[in-house]
Design a protein around this ligand. Sequence first.
Ligand SMILES: *Cc1c(COP(=O)(O)O)cnc(C)c1O
Length: 356
Amino acid sequence: MGGPAVGQTADLRSDTLTRPTTGMRAAMVEAEVGDDVYAEDPTVAALEEQVATLLGHEAALFMPTGSMANQIGLRLHAGPGSEVISDHLAHVLRAELGAAAAFSGITTRSWVAERGRLDVDTALAVMVPDGGAYQVSTACVVVENTHNFGGGTVQPLEDLRRLREGTLAAGVGVHLDGARLWNAHVATGVALADYGACADTVSVCLSKGLGAPVGSVLVASAERIAQARILRKRMGGGMRQVGLLAAAGRYALDHQLDRLAEDHRRTATVARALGEAGPDVVDPEQVHTNILVLDVGAAGWAAADFVAAAGERGVLGYPTDARHARYVWHLDVDDPMTRHAQDVLLELLDRGGVAP
Ligand SMILES: *Cc1c(COP(=O)(O)O)cnc(C)c1O
């Protein structure tokens, strides 16, 4: 097959790799700004209002990262000596470097969830609403939609609603890690506000498939967001003329949201081709959005070797564990790159994992 043609490298390591588009850069240059620590940046205020409205919540707060939005979201529910529960693949438990414990004294418990799919009965069974003097009390259940390490899994709205009912009855909160809630919305047509109604606090990322260089937003009640503003400053997240970045987020929402459907189409095309060749490697039915997780172990590969071999051929991915390789579509990956990625991945899977 030889090396990739110049310019044909498909960087599918993550949808965080997108670079600001020309239109986005222009919007950033023109942004009206002020000091946001004094709540005087009109572009930030407009972004916060836009996102709060989309998600059907009272208020919102712009954050530098999704991790900060999640961790401040958790802190609004829980504190030292209380717990947060989620599935074992959840980003908040796995990929935020123990922040809930390190910053907020929060402990966590989890259950095994295939593909990160929400298991309402298990979540409600694991939850301890009032542990009294003997057990840790659960302050909050975290749901991730779409589920990153689960492979872009979309959580069904009826499950989210059932979890919401069960937790409300028990007086336990729900935080939605919606880093890719946009993808769930575009894939299913479910209104963002319908997802928003299933949680007390929601974080969304502007810097993933939407293509902004930086930024996440936390939404909640006005009271909680006032508290979040204090927590953000305390953590060193108070930013000044940050309307420059909020403008990128606004541009992304206005111009780069609907196109997520193209990422989904490309991901599905590759999933179908690979699933036909190797049904154990991927089930195309389980590929809901822009993330393709391959069980390359089923084809005899160690994930690290597979990712390295594909990388040498211009298709970059990420090994999520010893036997799974992840490929993520985004706005800097077009049809020819997708075709190239499909050819390379097919060839390697077909060859099997014994190095040539
Ligand atoms: C990317 C991501 C985040 C936030 O990541 P940051 O790099 O801190 O912005 C949170 N949750 C999920 C599911 C993610 O994929």
